[in-house]
Design a binder for this molecule. Structure first.
Ligand code: NAD
Length: 257
């Protein structure tokens, strides 16, 4: 079996990669924001919402069946995101990007805005933005829809055609935003080191980026306190958390910075 690298070796790879444009890419998932108090998908289904099926809350079918119910779940999550702050892991990535312009690409499956608030304003968002709204359908009249006054606890509707407002996230079974996956693939093909942080590796096509990077010759490093479905793609599996491990891995070195 292949020998896996340890944290010191990974930190050295990162310092070397930092000398190359596009040398470092990071793929993040819900675990990236766990230490900011935003629940992962599994945790989000606990407590008040544990009785509900994720597919009924995060799908177009579920929204059409019960718009008010899904809207309230998103309102709850939006409140959590607005109240959260970037953690030490987000800040370490923002700081690394500032120290090494043109080196880092952040690709995120997260729908929160914590990477952006930590300084990675050009992070590629594969699954959309939970703080945005969009129309459920193109306006059936071929014009712009207009919003009625929102009824509390329900999604706003177009006064003229009844079209509903929905959250700007990618639901189960939906296409990713145009160009996002292509940009992510280009970044992981170009990088020398891909850090995969806080993702279960169960959601595709994002999970495939680790294998794409590896086949293109990058070193793949997983940071996750638990096993993930893509550990087999990694040259190093670090059983730490995002806020714990990233500041150490990305710390500046007197020799290279
Ligand atoms: P997931 O919930 O399936 O998996 C989370 C992963 O994070 C797990 O492997 C877990 O072991 C790991 N983890 C937990 N705490 C961690 C920590 N402190 N540091 C590092 N890793 C930690 O998440 P996923 O793989 O991103 O896929 C679920 C989908 O749900 C994605 O599409 C994601 O966009 C969405 N989601 C997003 C958010 C958010 O935007 N913050 C939150 C919940 C779900």
């Amino acid at each position: 079996m292949e020998r896996l690298a340890d944290e010191d070796e990974v930190a050295r790879w990162l310092r070397e990669a930092a000398a190359h444009p596009g040398g470092v890419a990071v793929l993040t998932g819900a675990g990236m924001s766990a230490e900011s108090g935003i629940p992962t998908f599994r945790d989000a289904m606990s407590g008040l919402w544990s009785r509900f099926d994720p597919a009924a809350l995060a799908s177009e079918e579920g929204f059409r069946a019960n718009p008010a119910h899904v809207w309230r779940w998103y309102a709850d999550r939006r409140e959590g995101v607005r109240g959260a702050q970037p953690n030490a892991g987000h800040l370490a990535l923002g700081e690394f990007a500032r120290r090494h312009p043109g080196v880092l690409t952040v690709v995120t499956q997260n729908v929160d805005d914590l990477h952006q608030r930590a300084g990675n304003t050009d992070a590629i968002r594969l699954h959309g933005d939970i703080l945005e709204n969009r129309w459920l359908e193109p306006c059936p009249r071929g014009r712009a829809c207009a919003v009625t006054e929102a009824v509390a606890g329900e999604p706003p509707r177009c006064a003229e055609c009844g079209n509903l407002v929905r959250p700007g996230v990618v639901w189960f079974g939906e296409m990713l935003p145009l160009g996002a996956m292509e940009a992510a693939e280009a970044a992981v093909r170009r990088c020398r080191v891909l850090l995969v942080v806080g993702t279960s590796g169960a959601v595709w096509p994002a999970a495939g980026l680790a294998g794409t990077a590896r086949r293109a010759g990058a070193r793949v490093v997983i940071v996750n306190p638990h096993a993930s479905e893509i550990d087999g793609e990694a040259h190093a599996v670090l059983r730490g958390t995002a806020a714990g491990a990233l500041p150490r891995l990305l710390a500046s070195s007197p020799n290279t910075d």
